[in-house]
Structures are given as C-alpha cells and as structure tokens.
Design a protein around this ligand. Structure first.
Ligand code: NAP
Ligand code: HSE
Length: 431
C-alpha cells in the first residue's frame, strides 16, 4: 500500500493522541485513506519527558528542522500551541512544500489571514477541524455541508474547560479554583488556563466560526467578552433555583446585515439542549435559512476527541480532499469580505441582575425604579432573608428584553444608591 509520511510537531496531550491513533489503529486510517499514514517524526522540546504514547525508535526528536526539511514528509500536524513560534514554524513548513493540519485556534485567530494567504500562494493547504469544539466536526459542517444556507445565528459552548468547571459548580457546589486544577490535570485546559476561564479561547474560536459561517473577518479582541472567572457560586445557586444553568456562551447573531458577537456567562434553561451540556462537552446551536435549526454536541476538549478531528483532517489532506475545499473556500481572503460586527450596546435580551442591598423599607422600589426609568420591564424578583437583622440581602431580578445600554444605565444608577453594597452582577438570559 502507498505510504504518506507524516510529521507531528508537539507531542503533548493532543499530539500523543494523534500518535496513538496512527500507531495503534493504522489499519483503520489506511482503510479510510487508501494508503498508510506513516508517522515518520515527532518533535518535542524535552526528549526526557514521559510521553503518553510509545514511539518506534528514531521517531522522537527535539529538532523541528528534522520535520520541516524532511524530503519525504508530506503532511505536518502542528500541535505545539502558542502563537509566535508556532507562526514561524507553520510558515516554514508551508514554504518547504508541506500541507499542515492544526488544532491551534490561538494561532489562527491571530494570524489566520496571513497563514491562509501564504498557503494559497504556495499551493498548499491548512486543515483546522480540531481548532474549534475538539471532536465535533463543526468546521466541515459549516464550511461544506451548510453551503446552501445563509447561516443566521450560532450559539455555542466552545470552551470545554469552562463548561467542566461550571458543571462541577452546579452539580457539586465545588469552588471554582479547585476545579481549574482538575481540568488542567485532565488535559482540557490550555497551557495558560487563564485563556480558558477569561473567555479568550471561546472568543478566538468564535472568530474562526464567524469567518466560516458569515465571512466575517473579526479580530477576536473586538468581541465583547467576559469569562467564568467572574461567576460567583451564589449566582450558580440562584440560577439553579430558577430553573437555569450558567454556561459560557459564544454568540453570533446576524441582524440587519451586521453580526452581533459576544462571549459571556449566560443563563440557559436547565432542560434545554445547551443547558444539558455537561463536563468538557461542547455544543453548537446553528440556524441556517434553508435547513433551520441544527444542534451539534460532543467532547470539545481532551486527548482522544481532539486527536479524532486531527486524524480525520490528516486523511482528508493525504487523499487530496482538503486541497480542493481549501482552494475553493478562499477563507480569510481579501476577496471574500463578509459582514461587519454590529453595535454590541444595541443588542437586546432578557437579563439576570443580582444586587446586594441593605434591607430597609423602600429599597426594592429604588432598585426597580432604576429599571423603570430605563424603560425596562421586570419579569420576576427573588429576595432572600438577610442572615442577620438589618443585614445585606440579595435581590435577584429577571428582566424582560432590554438593550445592553439600557441595562448598563440602570445598573450604574443602582450601584450609586446609598443602600447598594456592591456592583450589580448581570448576565444574559438565553431562553
Ligand atoms: P501540550 O500538552 O502543552 O503540548 C504541547 C507540545 O508541544 C508538547 O509536546 C511540547 O513539548 C511541544 N512544544 C511546545 N513548544 C515547542 C517548541 N518550541 N518546539 C518543539 N516542541 C514544542 O498542548 P496540547 O493540549 O496538546 O495542545 C496543543 C494545541 O492543540 C494547542 O494549540 C491547543 O490550543 C490545541 N488544542 C488542545 C486541545 C486539548 O484538549 N488539549 C483541544 C483542542 C485544541 P514538550 O512535551 O517537550 O514540552
Ligand atoms: N482548552 C480548550 C478547551 C481545549 O477547554 O476547550 C479545546 O480547544
């Protein structure tokens, strides 16, 4: 059988999974590729670190040039993480005439236009299924299977680490900090887990999906975002009491020719498809004008789910499918500029607002009055007894649909009330 020689740069969580699939299940990949995908070289920084896979002699190296300059390696899996060094290595790999498969969304969100232009110029391809939502084949679905549609919205849980942490907070009441360490140990988190919990990783993935679905060339930094590091266990409890779950939601809505994008913790109904997404799983609710609503669900982080997406890309690249899609899609090309980002302050929706106030007569009227002045109608109010007489009480308010700007104005007014003891906490409610 014909052989396609493969190099892997980065043999950590994902790279080891890819090596295991190639070495332990070569028959499977050969059946689907019609050729053997032969692991020729794997590059790491530290040759002495224990690996999560067993490699034949001579495969492991700490010299990246052994892959880039290898005359017989045709496809390179770039799984080293980071941005600057990864960019340099990817450019050199393309220039040496090799196709690239990557899971590195930070790199694509930062340098996608440059890298894709370079690959096109050189007649090479970049496959990146694993860069968004781990094992869920969302890139292929958005770029190929939905091509008869205008996608009108994407609402997704795109960070497995955040979902894992929020799920533990909901189901075990576990404090946030304890669960972060567990997510790292299980291989879900980025090398710098701050990127997971502050919304960066989800915003980078949303920028990639927005390019695929809407042709939007967004700088991920321009996507309004906050992360789960802002989520307090008390809000998890109140959300639960009201029949909701808090999820880190990445949202892109096409409205009047503009794209409203954001990444924020939001309340979703506990029994809804997104509300039921547990552990490190990801999900995406997409709407197309022809197909209607679609729901994708699967493991969004972790060794084997991510390796599953990488190896599928490897097969597509080895047999030539990626080259055709890559060329025809024209991703991130100057000729394919799609929609622009809308005005976030104008976006509307229901809100959850928690206010910590002194418990005295008239305080409820003061707080609800601030919403009334902004024309915001209140759907429900939950007030808890203070722990001690005259103590501080949480007022949990659910509003009807209101704009971001009006909600901000109401919260600013409330924060300035003498009876208010802390900045109000606010989150979207996505029913
Ligand atoms: P990781 O466990 O930290 O592995 C990174 C690997 O790259 C390590 O083997 C490391 O070598 C190697 N490396 C780093 N810098 C290098 C350099 N300058 N030269 C040579 N090798 C270098 O990371 P990971 O979790 O596998 O993630 C890899 C990529 O996939 C990242 O872009 C990440 O965002 C993305 N991703 C990860 C997941 C996931 O669930 N983990 C899911 C989807 C996408 P040493 O081992 O010797 O240190
Ligand atoms: N750290 C990422 C996450 C890995 O938790 O979703 C998958 O991209």
């Amino acid at each position: 059988m014909e052989k396609t020689k493969v190099g892997i740069i980065g043999l950590g969580t994902v790279g080891s999974g890819v090596a295991r699939l190639l070495l332990d299940h070569g028959d499977r990949t050969a059946r689907h590729a019609g050729r053997v995908l032969w692991l020729e070289k794997a590059v790491v920084r530290d040759l002495n670190k224990p690996r999560d896979c067993e490699l034949p002699d001579g495969v492991l190296t700490d010299d990246v040039d052994e892959v880039i300059d290898h005359p017989e390696i045709k496809v390179v899996c770039q799984l080293m993480g980071g941005v600057d060094r990864a960019r340099e290595v990817m450019l050199r790999t393309l220039e040496s005439g090799k196709d690239v498969v990557t899971a590195n969304k930070a790199l694509l969100a930062e340098h996608g236009p440059e890298l894709f232009d370079k690959a096109r110029e050189l007649g090479r391809s970049i496959a990146f299924e694993a860069s968004v939502a781990g094992g869920i084949p969302i890139v292929a679905n958005l770029s190929q299977c939905l091509s008869a549609n205008q996608v009108t919205s994407l609402h997704g849980i795109l960070n497995g680490t955040s979902n894992f942490i929020l799920d533990k907070m909901h189901t075990e009441g576990a404090p946030y900090a304890d669960v972060v360490a567990e997510a790292q140990r299980l291989g879900y988190a980025e090398a710098d887990p701050a990127m997971d919990v502050d919304g960066t990783d989800a915003a980078q993935k949303l920028a990639i999906l927005a390019q695929l679905a809407f042709g939007a060339r967004l700088d991920w930094r321009d996507i309004p975002r906050s992360g789960i590091d802002q989520v307090d266990l008390v809000d998890v409890g109140y959300a639960q009491e009201m029949g909701y779950r808090i999820k880190l939601l990445a949202v892109a809505d096409l409205k009047d020719g503009h794209l409203d994008c954001e990444v924020n913790p939001a309340l979703v109904r506990a029994g809804s498809p997104l509300g039921k997404v547990g552990g490190p799983f990801n999900a995406l609710l997409a709407n197309g004008d022809a197909v209607g609503p679609l729901f994708f669900h699967g493991q969004g982080a972790g060794q084997m789910p991510t390796a599953s997406a990488v190896v599928a890309d490897l097969i597509d690249t080895a047999v030539g499918r990626t080259a055709i899609t890559f060329r025809t899609l024209g991703l991130w090309s100057e000729d394919l500029r799609g929609v622009d980002q809308g005005d976030f302050a104008a976006s509307t929706g229901k809100r959850y607002v928690r206010v910590m106030v002194e418990d005295h007569p008239g305080v409820l009227a003061e707080v609800t009055g601030a919403f009334g002045e902004q024309g915001i109608s209140i759907a429900s109010v939950l007030q808890k007894e203070p722990l001690e007489a005259g103590g501080v009480v949480p007022l949990v308010i659910m509003t009807h649909a209101a704009s971001e700007a009006a909600t901000d104005n109401a919260c600013t007014k409330i924060a300035a009330l003498p009876s208010c003891r802390a900045e109000p906490t606010k989150m979207w409610v996505r029913d």
